[in-house]
Structures are given as structure tokens and as C-alpha cells.
Design a protein around this ligand. Sequence first.
Ligand code: PLP
Ligand code: ZN
Length: 378
Amino acid sequence: MLQSTFICHTCGRNYSVSEKIWRCACGGLFDLVYNPQFDPNLIKKRKPNLWRYREAIPIENDSAIISFEEGFTPLLEINIAGIPILVKQEHLFQTGSYKDRGATVLISKSKELGINHVVEDSSGNAGCAIAAYAARAGIKCDIYVPESTSPAKLAQIESYGARLHKIPGSREDTARAVQVAAETCYYASHSWNPFFFQGTKTIAFEIWEQLGWQVPNVLVLPVGNGTLLLGAYFGFQDLTTAGMISEIPQLIGVQAQNCSPLAQAFAEPLSQFSSVSSSATIAEGIAIAEPIRAEEILRAVKHSGGRFVTVTDGEITLALKDTMHSGFYIEPTSATVIAAISKISGSLINQKVVTVFSGHGLKSTEKILSLLNHKFQP
Ligand SMILES: *Cc1c(COP(=O)(O)O)cnc(C)c1O
Ligand SMILES: [Zn+2]
């Protein structure tokens, strides 16, 4: 029923998705194409989790599905800088971040392929999600992280029984270390493997359903590797392809000013990615100096009529404080979008605006303690 195919970005070669591969023989990135379907009457009757969009998720056998009944997170109205904003509560997943959307689909696919050992690299949350779903699936799991990752995230990964590899140096050094392991083991990568995006795209379906089968005008999302932004884009594309919507929302990508290669490239298309340090910001979850899907992200934002906004660590800190003082415990990375909305609020008046809380505060206790000790002074 669900015929899907990998297509290489670089050379255009096609592969069957039943091959245990995550990139083309030429080294190129894969897209995944197939024919998503939606039947609102059927969807409404199902359990409130992301698998209610079953006909739009390219897993062939229901028996392969590895799930904690995740998703369908609340879309809550919060007043930010004087305007009402709808905020998806994506910190309320099993592992404390929206990365569970990608992990449930990618690990289900791994199960379907008969894989018994996966490797992944992450600055934290994707590693937590892959480790938890691998544990639920009975799949062996190795996670590579930068040595500087938050202790709470390291503890979480190890608690699920995954083998943890702490790599000295930058996030990019970790990415290089895992490539070696990925030669002999299935690479459950949240940035390379298209099945991860087949999960994160479900956020678009949920927003569409929660708004009464309508799309918002603007969607403001944090961006590093783009698993959330591209996922949302793919989801809205699916809805367009299936004839459910006629227009996609403007996508506004938010980056930390100290690590903002995409915002820079969007502003100056011909400039080289300047070398930015991924450790220079409090927003560790999106501190990606070399996003591998950069071109795709830039194209998606442009096609949606959107743009990028950068925020300083001082702005993120103040936004975090305000958000927490209204009863939400989120990690510092998740406050970037709130800082951005405050900054551009003038352009959002009378628009239907949706954003997300991407990760739970319990993951960053030590960072939050240090901010409290300094009275949230930026
Ligand atoms: C992964 C993540 C993001 C988005 O990061 P991408 O690199 O663009 O996928 C945002 N916030 C949190 C808390 C995250 O874990
Ligand atoms: Zn290729």
C-alpha cells in the first residue's frame, strides 16, 4: 500500500527503502518519496498519538511499530510580548523532547528491517530518544556525544542501557567519530536518515488537525540541523500533495546569534559558511556549526516565504526567565523562539502564530541552576 523510495539529492539515483542504507553510494543525502494519504474522519476516531496519521507514515507492517503512544501534544495559547501565541508542548514527550517523533518512526523502520544494533551521534536529545526507543525495541544501541554534553542528558542515555561514547572536541568531531562506527552498524542518524524526518513531520499534521484542519500563518521554530523545521516543511508538503491544504505557513527559523550559519547564509547567499563555534551559546540543542541539510533548509524557508531570526544569549536568558515565571519548565534552547517572537512581535500582530517548547527543563538542571545563581542576569 505504501510504496516509498529513497532518491539521492546529488546524483538522482533511486533505491528501495528495504535496503539498510542511509546515504547514496556517491555520498549524497537521501530524500524519501511516496504517496501520503489522509482521511480526517478516520483520523478523528483514533487514539491521540502521532500514529493516528498512519496512512502518511511509510512503515509497512503495524507489527514493527515501536511506540510509547507519543505525540498529539497540547497546543496551548500563551501571551508573549502582548500577543497570543499557540505553543506546542513538545517538551512533554516520553524522553522530554520532540525528538521522540523521529525516533518512533526510525526505530520502527529499523525493527522492520530486522536490524539488531544501531549507532547515533547527538548533542543530547536525539541520543536520548534513539536510546529509549532502541531499548523498547530490544535493539542494541551506541550513542556518540560531545564530551561537553549536559550531564542530565548523558545520565538519561546511559540509563536506557545504551553504550555511551564521549568524544573530546567539537560537535563536528563527534560526527566524524560516528561515521567510522556507521560503516559496520546501522546509522540511526537524525540528520542523515530520512525516516527520522518521516516522524518529525507529524508535528505539521497535528497543528493542522488542532486548528480545525487549517494551517497557521506563521510557524516559528528553533533550527540547528533542521530536524524540526524540515520535518514540519515535509509534513505541510505532504498535506499539500494530498490536496488537504492549499498553502503552507511561513516558516521562521530561529538561531542563536553565536552559532548562526543558516541565518548568515540566508542573508548572504554567496558567502561561505564562516566557521562558527558550536560551544559558544547557551542554546546547546541547536548549536550546529555545519548543518548537513543546509541547502534544503534554506530552500524550505525561502519557499514558505519565511526568514531567519537570530537571538543573543542575553535575549534567550531573559526569555527563559519570563517563560519559567509563567509556569513552564523548559530547557534554555527552547527559549530561543520566545526571544525571537518578542523581537519581531510587531510583524506578528493579527497573524495566527504557532511555536514550540522543544525540550524539558529537567534536562538542563545544571545550566538552569547557574542562571538562577546569577539571577538570570545575561
Ligand atoms: C533537536 C532540538 C532542537 C532543534 O534542533 P535541530 O538541530 O534543528 O534538529 C531544538 N530544541 C531542542 C531542545 C532540541 O533537542
Ligand atoms: Zn548519489
